[in-house]
Design a protein around this ligand. Structure first.
Ligand SMILES: [Zn+2]
Length: 353
Protein backbone atom coordinates (compact mmCIF):
# COMPACT_ATOMS: atom_id res chain seq x y z
CA UNK A 1 0.00 0.00 0.00
CA UNK A 2 1.24 3.45 -0.85
CA UNK A 3 2.43 5.07 2.35
CA UNK A 4 0.55 8.24 1.50
CA UNK A 5 -2.66 6.31 1.71
CA UNK A 6 -1.85 4.64 5.01
CA UNK A 7 -4.47 4.94 7.70
CA UNK A 8 -2.21 7.11 9.82
CA UNK A 9 -1.50 9.38 6.87
CA UNK A 10 -5.18 9.78 6.10
CA UNK A 11 -5.94 10.52 9.72
CA UNK A 12 -3.19 13.13 9.84
CA UNK A 13 -4.48 14.73 6.65
CA UNK A 14 -8.02 14.74 8.03
CA UNK A 15 -6.79 16.31 11.25
CA UNK A 16 -4.96 18.99 9.29
CA UNK A 17 -8.06 19.80 7.26
CA UNK A 18 -10.12 19.87 10.43
CA UNK A 19 -7.70 22.22 12.15
CA UNK A 20 -7.70 24.55 9.15
CA UNK A 21 -11.49 24.52 9.13
CA UNK A 22 -11.86 25.06 12.86
CA UNK A 23 -9.16 27.66 13.39
CA UNK A 24 -9.65 30.49 10.95
CA UNK A 25 -6.37 32.18 10.09
CA UNK A 26 -5.95 35.79 11.11
CA UNK A 27 -5.38 37.47 7.79
CA UNK A 28 -6.30 41.13 7.49
CA UNK A 29 -9.62 40.41 5.80
CA UNK A 30 -10.74 37.63 8.14
CA UNK A 31 -13.95 38.51 9.92
CA UNK A 32 -12.88 39.45 13.43
CA UNK A 33 -16.02 37.97 15.01
CA UNK A 34 -15.03 34.48 13.85
CA UNK A 35 -11.62 34.73 15.51
CA UNK A 36 -12.71 36.38 18.73
CA UNK A 37 -15.84 34.28 18.92
CA UNK A 38 -13.68 31.14 18.90
CA UNK A 39 -11.40 32.17 21.79
CA UNK A 40 -12.16 30.08 24.86
CA UNK A 41 -9.75 31.68 27.31
CA UNK A 42 -8.34 35.19 27.75
CA UNK A 43 -4.93 36.48 26.72
CA UNK A 44 -2.73 35.89 29.76
CA UNK A 45 -0.96 39.22 29.48
CA UNK A 46 -1.38 42.51 31.37
CA UNK A 47 -4.97 43.78 31.59
CA UNK A 48 -5.40 46.28 28.78
CA UNK A 49 -8.27 47.46 26.61
CA UNK A 50 -7.55 48.34 22.99
CA UNK A 51 -9.79 50.54 20.88
CA UNK A 52 -13.38 51.53 21.55
CA UNK A 53 -16.35 49.83 23.22
CA UNK A 54 -17.75 48.92 19.81
CA UNK A 55 -14.44 48.29 18.02
CA UNK A 56 -11.66 46.67 19.98
CA UNK A 57 -10.46 43.84 22.19
CA UNK A 58 -8.72 43.35 25.51
CA UNK A 59 -6.08 41.29 27.25
CA UNK A 60 -5.64 40.08 30.82
CA UNK A 61 -9.31 39.21 31.15
CA UNK A 62 -10.85 37.63 34.22
CA UNK A 63 -14.13 35.77 34.53
CA UNK A 64 -16.76 36.10 37.19
CA UNK A 65 -17.74 32.73 38.62
CA UNK A 66 -21.04 31.32 37.47
CA UNK A 67 -22.22 31.53 41.08
CA UNK A 68 -21.52 33.80 43.98
CA UNK A 69 -23.39 34.33 47.22
CA UNK A 70 -24.97 37.43 45.71
CA UNK A 71 -25.15 36.62 42.01
CA UNK A 72 -25.87 33.98 39.38
CA UNK A 73 -24.59 34.25 35.83
CA UNK A 74 -27.03 33.56 33.01
CA UNK A 75 -26.61 32.12 29.47
CA UNK A 76 -23.49 30.19 30.45
CA UNK A 77 -23.04 28.60 27.03
CA UNK A 78 -22.16 31.97 25.53
CA UNK A 79 -18.89 32.16 27.50
CA UNK A 80 -19.27 35.90 27.98
CA UNK A 81 -18.45 36.13 31.68
CA UNK A 82 -15.13 37.83 30.91
CA UNK A 83 -13.99 41.37 31.45
CA UNK A 84 -11.23 43.69 32.50
CA UNK A 85 -10.35 42.80 36.13
CA UNK A 86 -11.71 46.16 37.29
CA UNK A 87 -15.06 45.40 35.66
CA UNK A 88 -15.23 41.93 37.17
CA UNK A 89 -14.38 43.16 40.66
CA UNK A 90 -16.89 45.96 40.30
CA UNK A 91 -19.68 43.53 39.44
CA UNK A 92 -18.80 41.48 42.48
CA UNK A 93 -18.83 44.59 44.65
CA UNK A 94 -22.11 45.77 43.18
CA UNK A 95 -23.69 42.41 43.95
CA UNK A 96 -22.69 42.67 47.63
CA UNK A 97 -23.74 46.31 47.92
CA UNK A 98 -27.05 45.68 46.14
CA UNK A 99 -27.96 42.90 48.55
CA UNK A 100 -27.12 45.21 51.46
CA UNK A 101 -29.51 47.72 49.86
CA UNK A 102 -32.31 45.14 49.78
CA UNK A 103 -32.00 43.73 46.24
CA UNK A 104 -32.11 39.91 46.28
CA UNK A 105 -28.96 39.46 44.19
CA UNK A 106 -27.81 39.95 40.61
CA UNK A 107 -28.61 37.92 37.53
CA UNK A 108 -25.67 38.60 35.24
CA UNK A 109 -26.05 38.88 31.51
CA UNK A 110 -23.26 39.24 28.98
CA UNK A 111 -19.99 40.91 29.84
CA UNK A 112 -17.40 40.15 27.13
CA UNK A 113 -15.85 37.27 25.27
CA UNK A 114 -12.55 36.04 26.77
CA UNK A 115 -10.49 38.33 24.53
CA UNK A 116 -13.31 40.73 23.71
CA UNK A 117 -13.77 41.69 20.08
CA UNK A 118 -16.95 41.57 18.03
CA UNK A 119 -19.40 38.77 18.77
CA UNK A 120 -21.05 36.26 16.51
CA UNK A 121 -24.47 37.32 17.86
CA UNK A 122 -25.86 40.31 19.72
CA UNK A 123 -24.19 43.47 21.03
CA UNK A 124 -22.35 46.08 19.02
CA UNK A 125 -20.31 47.03 22.10
CA UNK A 126 -19.00 44.84 24.97
CA UNK A 127 -15.73 44.49 22.99
CA UNK A 128 -13.09 45.83 25.38
CA UNK A 129 -14.11 44.25 28.68
CA UNK A 130 -15.63 47.41 30.12
CA UNK A 131 -19.37 46.75 29.51
CA UNK A 132 -21.71 44.48 31.45
CA UNK A 133 -25.41 43.70 31.25
CA UNK A 134 -27.30 43.07 34.47
CA UNK A 135 -30.88 41.88 34.53
CA UNK A 136 -33.60 43.99 36.05
CA UNK A 137 -35.18 40.72 37.19
CA UNK A 138 -34.27 40.04 40.83
CA UNK A 139 -32.30 36.86 41.54
CA UNK A 140 -34.60 34.09 42.77
CA UNK A 141 -33.91 32.66 46.23
CA UNK A 142 -32.68 29.38 44.80
CA UNK A 143 -29.95 28.31 42.43
CA UNK A 144 -31.07 28.14 38.81
CA UNK A 145 -30.17 25.07 36.81
CA UNK A 146 -27.91 25.38 33.77
CA UNK A 147 -30.99 24.85 31.57
CA UNK A 148 -32.92 27.59 33.33
CA UNK A 149 -30.00 29.93 32.87
CA UNK A 150 -30.14 29.27 29.12
CA UNK A 151 -33.88 29.54 28.71
CA UNK A 152 -35.41 31.66 31.41
CA UNK A 153 -36.37 35.02 30.04
CA UNK A 154 -36.04 38.30 31.80
CA UNK A 155 -39.07 40.48 32.42
CA UNK A 156 -39.45 43.73 30.55
CA UNK A 157 -39.99 46.67 32.86
CA UNK A 158 -41.84 48.51 30.11
CA UNK A 159 -45.60 48.29 29.45
CA UNK A 160 -46.38 46.18 26.42
CA UNK A 161 -46.69 48.42 23.40
CA UNK A 162 -45.84 51.48 25.47
CA UNK A 163 -42.83 53.55 26.42
CA UNK A 164 -43.31 53.86 30.17
CA UNK A 165 -42.53 51.47 33.00
CA UNK A 166 -45.01 48.86 34.09
CA UNK A 167 -46.02 50.15 37.50
CA UNK A 168 -46.82 46.63 38.66
CA UNK A 169 -43.17 45.65 38.20
CA UNK A 170 -41.17 48.75 38.96
CA UNK A 171 -40.12 49.13 42.61
CA UNK A 172 -37.98 51.50 44.68
CA UNK A 173 -35.49 48.62 44.89
CA UNK A 174 -34.92 48.90 41.13
CA UNK A 175 -34.14 52.57 41.61
CA UNK A 176 -31.73 51.83 44.45
CA UNK A 177 -29.95 49.23 42.35
CA UNK A 178 -29.35 51.71 39.54
CA UNK A 179 -28.31 54.39 42.02
CA UNK A 180 -25.81 52.02 43.61
CA UNK A 181 -24.37 51.05 40.21
CA UNK A 182 -24.05 54.72 39.27
CA UNK A 183 -22.34 55.55 42.57
CA UNK A 184 -18.98 54.01 41.66
CA UNK A 185 -16.46 56.44 40.19
CA UNK A 186 -15.39 53.82 37.61
CA UNK A 187 -18.90 53.73 36.14
CA UNK A 188 -19.21 56.39 33.46
CA UNK A 189 -22.65 55.55 32.13
CA UNK A 190 -25.56 53.18 32.55
CA UNK A 191 -27.88 52.53 29.64
CA UNK A 192 -31.58 52.01 30.33
CA UNK A 193 -34.80 52.18 28.33
CA UNK A 194 -36.06 55.80 28.07
CA UNK A 195 -39.14 54.80 30.08
CA UNK A 196 -36.91 53.83 33.00
CA UNK A 197 -34.97 57.08 32.75
CA UNK A 198 -38.29 58.96 32.75
CA UNK A 199 -39.43 57.11 35.86
CA UNK A 200 -36.20 58.04 37.65
CA UNK A 201 -36.52 61.67 36.54
CA UNK A 202 -40.01 61.76 38.04
CA UNK A 203 -39.35 59.95 41.29
CA UNK A 204 -35.77 60.43 42.49
CA UNK A 205 -35.69 62.94 45.30
CA UNK A 206 -32.76 64.28 47.30
CA UNK A 207 -29.45 63.50 45.62
CA UNK A 208 -29.99 63.55 41.86
CA UNK A 209 -26.33 63.96 40.96
CA UNK A 210 -26.10 60.34 39.75
CA UNK A 211 -28.87 60.75 37.18
CA UNK A 212 -26.47 62.20 34.61
CA UNK A 213 -24.87 58.76 34.30
CA UNK A 214 -28.22 57.11 33.49
CA UNK A 215 -28.59 57.33 29.73
CA UNK A 216 -31.71 56.48 27.72
CA UNK A 217 -31.15 54.02 24.92
CA UNK A 218 -32.99 51.52 22.75
CA UNK A 219 -33.43 48.07 24.24
CA UNK A 220 -32.44 47.90 27.91
CA UNK A 221 -35.97 47.35 29.16
CA UNK A 222 -35.19 44.00 30.81
CA UNK A 223 -31.59 44.70 31.71
CA UNK A 224 -29.33 47.66 32.31
CA UNK A 225 -25.92 48.12 30.83
CA UNK A 226 -23.02 49.28 33.00
CA UNK A 227 -20.07 50.90 31.26
CA UNK A 228 -16.85 51.79 33.04
CA UNK A 229 -14.17 54.10 31.71
CA UNK A 230 -10.81 53.23 30.18
CA UNK A 231 -8.62 51.88 32.96
CA UNK A 232 -5.12 53.03 33.94
CA UNK A 233 -2.50 51.30 31.83
CA UNK A 234 -4.78 51.03 28.79
CA UNK A 235 -3.16 53.74 26.73
CA UNK A 236 -4.73 52.45 23.50
CA UNK A 237 -8.25 52.54 24.98
CA UNK A 238 -10.44 55.20 23.36
CA UNK A 239 -12.54 57.17 25.83
CA UNK A 240 -16.18 57.84 25.20
CA UNK A 241 -17.38 61.43 25.25
CA UNK A 242 -18.38 62.40 28.81
CA UNK A 243 -22.05 62.47 29.74
CA UNK A 244 -23.57 65.94 30.15
CA UNK A 245 -23.38 67.36 33.69
CA UNK A 246 -27.15 67.89 33.91
CA UNK A 247 -29.53 65.15 35.05
CA UNK A 248 -30.74 64.60 31.48
CA UNK A 249 -34.41 65.02 32.45
CA UNK A 250 -34.90 67.53 29.69
CA UNK A 251 -35.45 67.95 25.95
CA UNK A 252 -32.98 65.17 25.21
CA UNK A 253 -35.25 62.76 27.13
CA UNK A 254 -38.44 64.19 25.64
CA UNK A 255 -37.10 63.28 22.18
CA UNK A 256 -37.42 59.60 23.08
CA UNK A 257 -41.15 60.08 23.52
CA UNK A 258 -41.62 61.37 19.99
CA UNK A 259 -42.09 59.22 16.94
CA UNK A 260 -38.64 59.84 15.51
CA UNK A 261 -36.48 57.37 17.47
CA UNK A 262 -38.94 54.54 16.84
CA UNK A 263 -39.55 55.07 13.13
CA UNK A 264 -38.54 51.99 11.14
CA UNK A 265 -35.44 52.58 9.03
CA UNK A 266 -36.04 53.19 5.35
CA UNK A 267 -33.83 52.39 2.39
CA UNK A 268 -31.60 49.36 1.92
CA UNK A 269 -30.57 47.62 5.12
CA UNK A 270 -26.98 48.20 6.09
CA UNK A 271 -25.15 45.14 7.40
CA UNK A 272 -24.35 45.15 11.12
CA UNK A 273 -20.83 46.38 11.89
CA UNK A 274 -19.88 43.09 13.55
CA UNK A 275 -20.78 41.21 10.37
CA UNK A 276 -18.29 43.12 8.24
CA UNK A 277 -15.59 44.03 10.78
CA UNK A 278 -12.28 42.50 9.75
CA UNK A 279 -9.02 42.23 11.65
CA UNK A 280 -7.82 45.21 9.61
CA UNK A 281 -10.54 47.41 11.08
CA UNK A 282 -9.61 46.61 14.68
CA UNK A 283 -6.66 48.19 16.53
CA UNK A 284 -3.44 46.47 15.43
CA UNK A 285 -2.80 45.25 18.99
CA UNK A 286 -5.82 42.95 18.68
CA UNK A 287 -3.79 40.56 16.58
CA UNK A 288 -1.31 40.12 19.44
CA UNK A 289 -4.24 39.70 21.81
CA UNK A 290 -5.50 36.81 19.69
CA UNK A 291 -2.07 35.20 19.53
CA UNK A 292 -1.17 35.63 23.21
CA UNK A 293 -0.94 32.49 25.39
CA UNK A 294 -3.92 31.48 27.48
CA UNK A 295 -3.82 31.10 31.26
CA UNK A 296 -3.35 27.59 32.67
CA UNK A 297 -7.07 27.23 33.25
CA UNK A 298 -10.30 29.11 33.47
CA UNK A 299 -10.31 28.63 37.24
CA UNK A 300 -6.96 30.42 37.51
CA UNK A 301 -8.53 33.63 36.26
CA UNK A 302 -12.00 33.34 37.72
CA UNK A 303 -13.27 35.26 40.71
CA UNK A 304 -14.38 32.35 42.81
CA UNK A 305 -17.65 33.60 44.14
CA UNK A 306 -18.78 31.06 46.68
CA UNK A 307 -15.36 29.54 47.04
CA UNK A 308 -16.74 26.05 46.68
CA UNK A 309 -18.54 26.79 43.42
CA UNK A 310 -16.93 25.18 40.42
CA UNK A 311 -17.93 25.91 36.88
CA UNK A 312 -16.95 23.34 34.34
CA UNK A 313 -16.84 25.08 31.01
CA UNK A 314 -14.86 22.84 28.69
CA UNK A 315 -13.08 24.24 25.70
CA UNK A 316 -15.44 22.70 23.14
CA UNK A 317 -17.06 25.63 21.37
CA UNK A 318 -20.36 24.05 20.43
CA UNK A 319 -22.79 21.71 22.13
CA UNK A 320 -20.87 21.94 25.34
CA UNK A 321 -22.63 20.78 28.43
CA UNK A 322 -22.03 23.01 31.35
CA UNK A 323 -22.20 21.56 34.77
CA UNK A 324 -22.67 23.88 37.62
CA UNK A 325 -21.63 22.42 40.90
CA UNK A 326 -22.88 24.45 43.75
CA UNK A 327 -21.27 24.39 47.17
CA UNK A 328 -22.87 22.44 49.95
CA UNK A 329 -23.97 25.54 51.67
CA UNK A 330 -25.43 28.03 49.21
CA UNK A 331 -26.53 31.24 50.82
CA UNK A 332 -30.16 31.92 50.03
CA UNK A 333 -30.12 35.59 49.17
CA UNK A 334 -33.29 37.43 49.85
CA UNK A 335 -34.20 41.03 50.27
CA UNK A 336 -33.91 40.52 54.01
CA UNK A 337 -30.70 38.54 54.18
CA UNK A 338 -27.64 40.35 55.47
CA UNK A 339 -24.73 40.91 53.13
CA UNK A 340 -22.49 37.86 53.32
CA UNK A 341 -19.39 38.96 55.12
CA UNK A 342 -16.84 36.64 53.56
CA UNK A 343 -14.57 38.05 50.92
CA UNK A 344 -12.79 35.54 48.79
CA UNK A 345 -9.22 36.37 47.79
CA UNK A 346 -9.11 37.29 44.13
CA UNK A 347 -6.90 35.45 41.73
CA UNK A 348 -4.92 37.67 39.41
CA UNK A 349 -4.09 36.93 35.80
CA UNK A 350 -0.68 35.40 35.38
CA UNK A 351 1.96 38.01 34.63
CA UNK A 352 3.20 38.37 31.07
CA UNK A 353 6.49 36.80 30.24
ZN1 LIG B 1 -25.19 45.64 26.97
Amino acid sequence: MNSFLSKAGLLAAAALVASILSAPQASADTLAKNLFGAAQLPAATAPKSFGFYSKGCFSGGMAIATDGPTWQAMRLSRNRRWGHPTMIRLIEKLSHDAVADGWPGLLLGDISQPRGGPMLTGHASHQIGLDADIWLTPMPDRRLSAAERENMSATSMIRKGGLTVDERLWTPAHMRLLKRAASYPEVERILVHPGIKKKLCETVSGDRSWLHKIRPFWGHDYHFHVRIGCQPGSTACKRQEATPKSDGCDKSLAWWFTEEPWRPATGPQKPKARDVMTMASLPKECRAVLEAPAPVSEAAVTIGGMGTAVAVAPAAPAKQTIEVIIGNNPIAASAFAPTPASRIPLPFPRPAN
